[in-house]
Design a protein around this ligand. Structure first.
Ligand SMILES: [Zn+2]
Length: 274
């Protein structure tokens, strides 16, 4: 049975049984011929295609001279003067969870440096990961984006009030599940003391990396290729993860209701056990 929750005027229908209905169209991609070589032809983010984009920075690989660890490029079709793409690694199909928390820390340190650069120029940015077509990605190769905001705008996170389940707390960070989420698998990873990301310590970034790695590994273990977004709030260093297996469909557009297919309490239990 589904339950109906009304928070801040928004109606959310929590209907976990609908996640078990047969779906005849898959978001999963079939194994392609090029995956035997681990690299698709023409991916602009793969090693060998560097000339296709303008570098912002390239982090050298410590042992392999001819490749790199992480690369930041200018977006070829920018939304704003500030629009950069952070390519997590040379591997075309290694997700952040697979790269591990040490590599996630390297990514967060580079995001911190770029946000600081734009902050010093007086530009506020959005910072996010689109993973999978249903989450808005136009390239498969795992990456994040940094995009300048229009003047006066800021990144907005929902106000969940006190209606959150705490699944993990350390001295620096906490992982919280909203009882009435906006999206499936919605999870917040937050510093205990909010601090702008450009002022975050390496210690705090390491704590956030460990928690984000755990959440993404648990999300990816649900089913292969599950689409998701990761959104960062640069002003507080909070991180929001949203599962995107299901697109918003006609009923939601017709009524403004949100349909949630994953029981938030069950998701919290899974994360606690992870
Ligand atoms: Zn690639």
């Amino acid at each position: 049975m589904s339950t109906i929750e009304i928070v801040g005027g928004n109606i959310t229908i929590i209907a976990p049984e609908r996640n078990h209905r047969p779906v005849g169209i898959s978001h999963r991609t079939k194994r392609k011929w090029w995956q035997f070589w681990r690299r698709p032809p023409g991916c602009p983010f793969c090693p060998g295609q560097e000339a296709e984009n303008v570098d912002v920075l390239r982090q050298p690989h410590p042992t392999q001279k001819h490749t790199w660890l992480l690369r930041i490029i200018r977006n070829k079709w920018p939304l704003h003067d500030c629009h950069e793409v952070v390519i997590f690694s040379p591997s075309h199909d290694a997700t952040l969870a697979q790269l591990g928390s040490q590599h996630i820390l390297l990514v967060l340190q580079n995001l911190r440096a770029r946000v600081k650069y734009w902050h010093n120029l007086g530009i506020r940015v959005a910072l996010f990961i689109n993973n999978g077509r249903l989450a808005g990605a136009s390239q498969e190769h795992p990456h994040a984006q940094i995009v300048g905001l229009p003047a006066g705008q800021a990144v907005r996170f929902p106000d969940y009030g006190q209606a959150v389940i705490s699944v993990n707390q350390t001295t620096l960070c906490q992982t919280l599940i909203p009882v009435v989420p906006e999206f499936d698998f919605e999870t917040i990873i937050a510093p205990r003391d909010p601090v702008p990301i450009w002022e975050a310590s390496d210690e705090l970034l390491a704590g956030l990396s460990a928690d984000l790695g755990r959440v993404l590994a648990c999300l990816e273990s649900q089913e292969p290729g599950l689409p998701y977004n990761v959104i960062f709030d640069p002003e507080t260093s909070r991180i929001r993860v949203t599962g995107r297996k299901y697109a918003r469909a006609g009923y939601e557009l017709a009524t403004g209701c949100r349909i949630i297919h994953i029981d938030p309490v069950a998701w919290a239990d899974q994360l606690r056990a992870a």
